[in-house]
Ligand binder design. Structure first.
Ligand code: NAP
Length: 306
C-alpha cells in the first residue's frame, strides 16, 4: 500500500482525485496540504513543507495546485524522497519540467506527468485504428464555459495559467497520442482579454510531414452544451472522438460510449510506475502550447468579467 498526500485541495482534488483514490486499493490517502481547505480523517497541513516534515512515512504526493507553484512543490517532494504525480500541465516552462525529470532520476523516485484526457475510454482504440492509416485532415473543436469549470480561479488568467490552453492542452494530449505522425504549429491566433495575461480563445494551424492540415479551435466562452470533439479524416474514412474522448465513432458507427474512467486510469498507471521504478513524463502536449505562445499573433478582446 502506497501512502499518498494531496497538495492543493481545490476543485480537481475534490471532484476527481479524492474519489479515484478512495476506489484504488494501491493507495491510502493520509494527508492534505492546503492553505484554506481540510479533509476529515487525514493529517491536515497548511503547506507542503510542513506536511513533508511532519509525515516522514509518506510515500507519494499528488500535486493538484495551480501550475505556477508546482515546480517548487515538486522539488521539495522529490528531495524528500517521495514519488510525485503532477496534474496537467506539468509546470509553467519546459525547462523546469526537464529539471524535475533529472532530479527524480537522481533521487530514484517516480515522476508522473499526468494527461487525464489520454485515459478517456475511446483514446487507445482510436490510436490503434489510426496507427495503420493515412490521415488526410484533423479538426479539433474544444469549446467550454470557463465560468463553469474554473469558478473564481484567477490563476488561469495570470502568466503560466495558460488561459484557454488549460483545457486545450487536453485535446493536444489526445492528438499527440493518437496521430501516427508528429505535427508542428505553423500559425496561431490568441485572443487575449484586455484585462488578462492569457488567452480566452485560440485558433491553431498545424501540419505534419505530409502537409496534412490539423486545425484547432479552443474557446472558453461557450455556454450551453460543451464541445470537446476531435475529427480525423483518413483515406479509410472518418474517426470522431467526442465528449472529451469518452465516445468513439468510426465511419458513423459508435464503437465506444464509455463512462468517465480518466482518474481511475491515472492512479492505476501511477501505481504501476511506482511498482516498476519508472517515470513517465511526456511533454509533447505542453511543447505545442509553448509553441503557440512563441508563434501566436495576439488579438486584444473584451475584458473578462467573472
Ligand atoms: P483550484 O480549484 O484553484 O485548486 C487548486 C488549489 O491549490 C486551490 O484550491 C488552493 O488551495 C491551492 N493553491 C492555489 N494557489 C496556490 C498557491 N499560490 N500556493 C499554494 N497552493 C495554492 O484549481 P483546479 O481547478 O483544481 O486546478 C488545479 C490543477 O488541476 C490545474 O493545473 C488544472 O489544470 C488541473 N485540472 C483542473 C480541472 C478542472 O476541471 N478544474 C480538470 C483537470 C485538471 P488552498 O487555497 O486551500 O491552498
Amino acid at each position: 500500500m502506497t501512502t499518498i498526500a494531496i497538495a492543493g485541495f481545490g476543485k480537481i482534488a475534490r471532484d476527481q482525485h479524492l474519489p479515484a483514490l478512495r476506489d484504488n486499493r494501491d493507495f491510502e490517502l493520509t494527508a492534505i496540504a492546503s492553505r484554506n481547505a481540510t479533509l476529515e480523517g487525514v493529517d491536515n497541513h497548511q503547506d507542503l513543507d510542513a506536511l513533508l516534515s511532519a509525515v516522514p512515512a509518506l510515500d507519494a504526493v499528488a500535486l493538484c495546485t495551480p501550475p505556477q507553484v508546482r515546480y517548487a512543490q515538486a522539488v521539495a517532494a522529490i528531495e524528500a524522497g517521495k514519488h510525485v504525480l503532477l496534474e496537467k500541465p506539468p509546470g509553467v516552462s519546459l525547462s523546469e519540467v526537464e529539471d524535475l525529470v533529472r532530479r527524480a532520476k537522481q533521487q530514484g523516485v517516480t515522476l508522473y506527468a499526468t494527461w487525464h484526457a489520454r485515459e478517456a475510454a475511446g483514446v487507445e482504440k482510436a490510436r490503434e485504428w489510426l496507427s495503420t492509416r493515412r490521415v488526410t485532415g484533423v479538426d479539433i473543436q474544444w469549446r467550454e464555459d470557463v465560468r463553469q469549470w474554473h469558478p473564481g480561479q484567477q490563476w488561469v488568467w495570470e502568466p503560466g495559467g495558460l488561459g484557454v490552453f488549460d483545457p486545450g492542452i487536453n485535446a493536444l494530449s489526445i492528438v499527440t497520442r493518437i496521430l501516427p505522425e508528429a505535427f508542428f504549429l505553423r500559425e496561431a491566433t490568441l485572443e487575449v482579454p484586455e484585462n488578462c495575461q492569457s488567452p480566452i480563445g485560440a485558433t491553431l494551424e498545424f501540419t505534419d510531414v505530409h502537409d496534412t492540415p490539423i486545425h484547432a479551435d479552443f474557446d472558453w466562452r461557450q455556454t450551453g452544451p460543451q464541445t470537446w470533439q476531435i475529427t480525423v479524416d483518413t483515406e479509410d474514412g472518418k474517426l470522431v472522438l467526442d465528449s472529451g474522448g469518452s465516445q468513439l465513432s468510426i465511419n458513423g458507427e459508435r464503437i465506444i460510449d464509455g463512462e468517465d474512467v480518466e482518474y481511475a486510469g491515472l492512479y492505476r498507471r501511477f501505481a504501476e510506475l511506482i511498482r516498476k521504478g519508472q517515470s513517465d513524463v511526456d511533454v509533447a502536449p505542453f511543447r505545442h502550447v509553448a509553441d503557440a505562445f512563441l508563434l501566436g499573433r495576439r488579438q486584444s478582446v473584451e475584458a473578462f468579467i467573472e
